[in-house]
Design a protein around this ligand. Structure first.
Ligand SMILES: C[S@@+](CC[C@H](N)C(=O)[O-])C[C@H]1O[C@@H](n2cnc3c(N)ncnc32)[C@H](O)[C@@H]1O
Length: 586
């Protein structure tokens, strides 16, 4: 439906207007009392776009709505890849339970070198950098502190002595509402976010009910009337709260994309999803200490034309379409119709591809059913034994699920799963970007890297480098250049290559080092340098040019300089030896 169609549809909706393209126009100015918009499920919603949200949008951006995706953020002018589109401190953030003693619960930073976090002496669950962070957090932690103590006193065992992340985040949302009042801009901002209460899929009803139950317990409320001070006067309000939370929450990450918590930012929540995004949300941790932490940024990873919509991604876009669609439907309640999901041309998705059986260099679609006829895109060769590929992918998916589940508690078991499954999937012809080979490479790499700290040996280091190289090759086929996931993975590969070799191959070893991967000695250093330079290029886009690639970009830059001086020493050493040899011969 076009913008004009939308306006006529709007007229049929009794006097209501929507937040539209002409946001500067008085008729559609955000904050008008009669505003509503068409939700992505086609029903009209009463969410109003709060003035406080539009005030946070930079001048070059505006909110427009369409019938399918609801409101979304559009650019008014040309934007270059690597530009910061929105920068803000999330309104609410919490640190995940397993990281509570690692990251400050106010600024979400790790303590500076040699520093340690300090624990709240009352609840003994939440940690801060210093008294300043604790004071800044106290107005909300005050209620949280009492609730955490109450929860712990009723917990049946030590490992459930802290409520789940979602419940703790919901707690902070409602205590902020209570503290700031029902007419506050926070309540307006929160309530203007999308809710799917009227169209919840059956799969979501149980999880919402479970969350609601845990929240009520956490708040220490024993009757519905006691929810009134939080602005929750009916069960519908409670479902709305949880639906808004589920639909609009972001993962809080480190400067290298490690998940450490969750956060809510109503302005960022206006960004719609695409499986082929032109922007990403990151926490770059730039060196500018004047920026309030945590600092969340929306960054363009492609050049964006004027009037284009900005899309982030809500799910892992390296996953195949079927899995992405399922996750988007279950959590966000929509069927994705992005350019990648509706692609109709003859195109083989690298996420589901196998190598040509005749090794011509082409690829074939991975069979979904035993009787699929799959041909190479270059030479037309037919993929044989499709049933074994279908089976291997199914078992591979099971291995991914199981390895993910046991990765932290039983890494040896997880490694056994990945070590067994990877060669099977390679032998069926899956390409490195194919699912489930790509996530298996990632998990296997994480497991190898985690053992390197305690037992650095050449064999494990080399295996980690080979796995990382495969993982990077896979990512480069499915993610745009400059996507931060690519930058982080490349920097990891560069760092592994730069590790001092515990027992480098001798020049006369068999096979000759020049033919082996990874190379040894100076060739390895050169490759490390080249990889880190490429990583820095990608990080400078994905974590923002003005942030110099964020904290990780700065670390990579320092490593590049160190390698350059190391390589100079090598080169000088070789020159000296040659000069000595010449002198001795003459
Ligand atoms: C974080 S909100 C994004 C802003 C939202 N459109 C609004 O009006 O507030 C997420 C919700 O937006 C809608 N949405 C986001 N991306 C979409 C897409 N590509 N297609 C359809 N609906 C989408 C879905 O309803 C989803 O649950």
């Amino acid at each position: 439906m076009s913008f004009v169609d939308l306006q006529s549809a709007r007229k049929k909706k009794e006097n209501k207007s929507f937040v539209g393209a002409k946001s500067s126009n008085a008729e559609t100015k955000p904050g008008n009392q009669d505003q509503s918009y068409f939700g992505s499920d086609g029903s009209s919603s009463s969410q109003q776009l709060s003035d406080a949200i539009t005030a946070q949008l930079p001048a070059g951006l505006e909110v427009r709505a369409d019938e399918y995706t609801g409101r979304g953020v559009h650019t008014k002018s040309h934007v270059q890849a690597g530009s910061v589109l929105i920068s803000c401190r999330p309104r609410i953030n919490i640190i995940s339970t397993q990281h509570l003693d690692v990251y400050c619960s106010y600024c979400c930073e790790r303590p500076q070198s040699n520093g340690v976090l300090k624990r709240c002496t009352r609840c003994r669950q939440v940690w801060y950098c210093n008294a300043a962070c604790q004071n800044n957090d106290w107005s909300i932690h005050k209620s949280e502190c009492a609730a955490l103590q109450r929860w712990k006193s009723h917990a049946p065992s030590e490992h459930v002595s802290v409520p789940g992340d979602a419940v703790r985040c919901l707690g902070r949302i409602v205590w902020t509402m209570q503290k700031e009042g029902q007419d506050s801009s926070w309540v307006k901002e929160f309530n203007s976010m999308q809710s799917h209460r009227t169209s919840l899929p059956p799969s979501a009803v149980d999880s919402h009910a479970h969350l609601a139950h845990a929240l009520v317990q956490y708040l220490g409320v024993s009757s519905p009337i006691e929810l009134a001070p939080f602005g929750l006067s009916s069960a519908a309000d409670l479902v709305d709260l949880i639906s808004r939370f589920t639909t609009n929450t972001f993962t809080l990450t480190t400067s290298s994309l490690g998940p450490i918590g969750i956060c809510v930012s109503p302005v960022m929540a206006l960004v719609n999803h695409s499986c082929d995004p032109n922007a990403v949300m990151v926490f770059p941790h730039s060196s500018d200490s004047t920026v309030p932490r945590p600092n969340m940024q929306l960054i363009a990873i492609r050049d964006i034309k004027p009037n284009e919509q900005i899309f982030g991604s809500y799910v892992d876009v390296t996953l195949p379409k079927e899995i992405r669609q399922r996750e988007l439907q279950e959590t966000y309640n929509f069927r994705c119709k992005c350019s990648l999901c509706v692609r109709r041309d003859i195109w083989i998705d690298p996420r589901e591809s196998v190598r040509c059986p005749k090794s011509c260099g082409g690829i074939c679609p991975a069979p979904i059913d035993d009787d699929d006829l799959c041909r190479c895109d270059k030479c037309g060769a037919v993929v044989p034994a499709t049933d074994s590929i279908v089976d291997a992918r199914r078992v591979g998916q099971e291995a991914v699920d199981k390895a993910t589940l046991v990765q932290d508690q039983d890494p040896a078991k997880a490694k056994q799963l990945t070590s067994n499954m990877i060669p099977i999937l390679i032998s069926t012809g899956l390409t490195p970007s194919s699912h489930p080979l790509l996530p298996l490479y990632r998990i296997h790499l994480e497991l190898l890297v985690s053992t390197l700290g305690s037992q650095l040996n050449q064999e494990t280091l080399d295996e980690a480098i080979r796995t990382s190289a495969k993982y990077n090759a896979g990512l480069s086929n499915v993610l745009t250049k400059g996507h931060p996931v690519r930058g982080v993975a490349l920097s990891e590969l560069g760092k592994l290559l730069a590790v001092d070799e515990p027992s480098p191959a001798s020049p006369d070893s068999n096979p000759p080092p020049a033919a082996a991967f990874p190379p040894s000695g100076p060739a390895r250093l050169r490759l490390a340098h080249e990889t880190l330079v490429r990583a820095l290029e990608e990080l400078s886009i994905g974590f923002g040019k003005c942030n110099n690639g964020g904290e990780l970009g700065q670390e990579v830059r320092r490593m590049i300089l160190r390698l350059e001086s190391e390589m100079k020493v090598w080169t000088q050493g070789v020159r000296n030896v040659m000069a000595d040899t010449r002198a001795a011969a003459s």
